[in-house]
Write a protein that binds this ligand. Structure first.
Ligand SMILES: [Zn+2]
Ligand SMILES: [Zn+2]
Length: 241
């Protein structure tokens, strides 16, 4: 009856074409609830110690990273993965091709980074607001979607309207100094009652200079948050190492 099993398998494959395949390499029998097989998970490089004591990215020698050394950093951060290799592929497919199933993969990595942080439990998740036009184009906000997935894993509620985005034009191609200056003007306070007296955890997809998270952290503190932490799905290595 082997042929019957093959036919049944073929029908199942038609009905559920990618269910048991790794979303990155296509290997079969991928049972992980994140949709990524163990081999690909192992190739996703995590930000391991030694890490920057402020933004949480991996550094070669310990201490503060190049971005945090000369900045007034208002948050404590953690970054799940290095922005390279399979992580870069997965984030691009999630961000630009709308492959929403990668949300679970990144949320699991972020939840692990949060558990390993040693921070007191946050009271509320605050997604970094996306540019409204970009959100319209994609139909959703990626930090908002990651925050929602993290919320379902941790039970911490999401304050989607705590911060607002102000349209300033495109950031790519601008210098580091320009980006830091513009990041300070790109956000505004939203619903303050959602964060007043609370430990807020900012959620973002990619962190580069940390200037976006720092601008948002400054606003949340001015709105009465008792402390601000930040968690990014991916980020670059320390620029000075
Ligand atoms: Zn794989
Ligand atoms: Zn740092």
């Amino acid at each position: 009856m082997a042929w019957l099993e093959r036919v049944a398998g073929g029908i199942l494959a038609l009905l559920y074409p990618e269910d048991d395949r790794c979303m990155l390499c296509g290997a079969q029998d991928c049972r992980a609830d994140t949709g990524v097989c163990a081999a690909c998970e192992a190739r996703a490089k995590r930000h391991l110690p030694p890490r920057c004591g402020l933004c949480g990215r991996q550094t070669r020698g310990g201490g503060l990273c190049g971005n945090c050394r000369d900045a007034q950093v208002r948050y404590r951060g953690a970054v799940a993965y290095h922005y390279e290799g399979v992580v870069r592929d997965a984030l691009h497919r999630l961000k630009f091709e709308g492959e929403a199933r990668f949300t679970a993969f990144f949320a699991a990595g972020m939840a692990r980074a949060l558990r390993e942080s040693g921070w007191p439990a946050p009271d509320v998740l605050v997604p970094v607001p996306s540019h409204s036009l970009r959100r319209l184009g994609r139909g959703y906000s990626l930090p908002g979607r990651l925050a929602r997935a993290l919320s379902s894993q941790t039970g911490i509620p999401v304050a989607h309207r705590a911060l607002r985005r102000i349209a300033l034009g495109a950031m790519p191609g601008r210098s580091r100094e320009e980006r830091i200056m513009l990041a300070g003007k790109a956000f505004a306070a939203g619903q303050a009652s959602a964060v007043t007296g609370k430990r807020a955890l900012l959620v973002d997809d990619i962190t580069t200079t940390g200037s976006t998270l720092n601008a948002c952290a400054g606003l949340l503190l001015s709105m009465g948050a008792s402390a601000v932490y930040a968690l990014a799905a991916a980020g670059g290595a320390d620029p000075l190492t």
